[in-house]
Ligand binder design. Structure first.
Ligand SMILES: Cc1cc2nc3c(=O)[nH]c(=O)nc-3n(C[C@H](O)[C@H](O)[C@H](O)COP(=O)(O)OP(=O)(O)OC[C@H]3O[C@@H](n4cnc5c(N)ncnc54)[C@H](O)[C@@H]3O)c2cc1C
Length: 375
């Protein structure tokens, strides 16, 4: 089995960031292939589309409308953060309108179908196993359901999320600034629970969020550092449920604590590549930089960096030698701004300043060059 294909651009990873890059490239007339490891059926985190993310997506898909069937309108946020009582933030006055609660794999697969309808070649269930910089382009090998295949291209986009596989292959290191990890359970939502809002609650050992999901379900997530989670046995249902029982507002309207058997664990540390682009390649979305889910902006960042990287690659194809360097510099500046905003946000919660999770986040805002480690 085997096969060779030549495309001007290959995007490794078909999440929101990769698909945004692919759409930008193909709309500019560049033949583009997305290699995606899954068929979009496994669970994916990131269920709330902020009003600005929704506006961006709608613009992306225009002139086709963004199907919102199966999405739940989101009217705002309730946050218990920095005080005992919750604060409400309504999207009613948001200039971008309301947000949406989505099933993430459905959103990504909808975007993938749209990309295909625009001419993007999409290899599902295909995983890049080897890549080599060859002359002025790239040679990739992928395992696909039809057997191993080869791909040749001139430019490459790393959209593989946290693993940043292309950058890693290029020897670019990743700086990490914390050890944040999410532990989520998906449970049935009682029919009486009709609140369409994101609820966030700070606790001594980290923070929680809950959001309604389509099809009568609800996600409950604990965010904390890996060592704190381990200390509380919170990577397992018993320890996680014990911490959930200590929240004050989170489970309101659920009629008691849900019984949880299965947890989804995802490392989501604040981190960035030391260099988000190089000759003939650029990293986008979480591959370039992971932001704390508290920012609720991973999807919009993915869409925007996908577009920005594609533009820089297009410029480099036209002979602009500065474009990719400029893209990498912008990511570095953006990350500095994000670190400051993250510090200011955590500084608002002072009730448990002595607890490891909060103490670490109250330390002076780190410079983007000062990190816990590089890998
Ligand atoms: C618990 C949690 C909650 C979050 N909540 C929100 C939220 O409410 N709103 C929000 O905006 N953001 C949220 N985020 C962040 C958001 O989910 C991410 O920022 C976003 O998914 C990043 O998109 P991406 O395309 O860069 O990467 P990903 O979504 O990780 O996509 C990477 C893709 O690459 C594929 N891939 C990986 N390796 C290979 C390979 N070798 N070959 C082929 N394909 C490969 C994967 O299958 C995947 O499809 C949350 C994150 C977490 C962890």
């Amino acid at each position: 089995m085997g096969g060779r294909a030549t495309q001007e651009a290959v995007v490794v990873g078909g999440g929101v960031a990769g698909l945004s890059a692919a759409l930008t490239l193909v709309r500019a007339g560049v033949s583009t292939c997305v290699v995606e490891r899954t068929d979009y059926s496994p669970w994916r985190p990131g269920e709330t589309l902020s009003p600005v993310a929704f506006a961006e997506l709608r613009r992306w898909l225009a002139p086709e409308p963004l199907e919102t069937e199966g999405f739940l309108a989101s009217y705002g946020l309730e946050a218990t953060w920095g005080s005992e009582e919750p604060h409400h933030h309504s999207f009613l006055t948001n200039p971008y309108g309301r947000g949406w609660h989505v099933e993430r794999r459905r959103l990504d697969s909808l975007l993938a179908r749209h990309a295909q309808s625009q001419g993007v070649a999409l290899w599902r269930n295909a995983c890049v196993t080897h890549l080599e910089h060859e002359g002025r382009g790239w040679r990739l090998q992928a395992s696909t359901p039809e057997g191993p295949r080869q791909l040749h291209c001139t430019v490459l986009v790393d959209a593989t999320g946290r693993s940043a596989q292309v950058a890693r292959y290029r020897g670019v290191r990743r700086q990490t600034h914390d050890k944040l990890c999410s532990v989520s359970a998906i449970v049935d939502r009682p029919p009486s629970h009709e609140e369409h809002l994101l609820r966030v609650e700070a606790t001594p050992s980290g923070w929680w969020y809950t959001a309604p999901l389509p099809q009568g379900r609800l996600i409950l997530t604990l965010m904390s550092d890996v060592d704190v989670l381990e200390r509380h046995n919170a990577l397992r249902p018993e320890g996680w449920s014990a911490l959930l029982a200590r929240t004050r507002h989170l489970t309101r309207g659920l009629g008691g604590l849900p019984a949880v058997q299965r947890l989804h664990v995802r490392p989501c540390e604040t981190s960035r590549l030391e260099r988000a682009a190089g000759e003939g390649w650029a990293a986008v979305g979480d591959a370039a930089a992971m932001w704390d889910p508290l920012s609720s902006s991973g999807i919009v960042k993915g869409l925007r960096t996908g577009q920005a990287a594609a533009r820089a690659l297009l410029a480099s194809l036209r002979g602009d030698r500065e474009a990719l360097e400029g893209y990498a510099r912008e990511r570095e500046e953006e990350f500095s701004g994000y670190l400051e905003a993250r510090h200011a946000h955590y500084a608002q919660e002072r009730r448990w300043a002595g607890e490891d999770f909060w103490r670490r986040r109250h330390a002076p805002a780190p410079s983007p060059h000062m990190a816990l480690g590089a890998a």
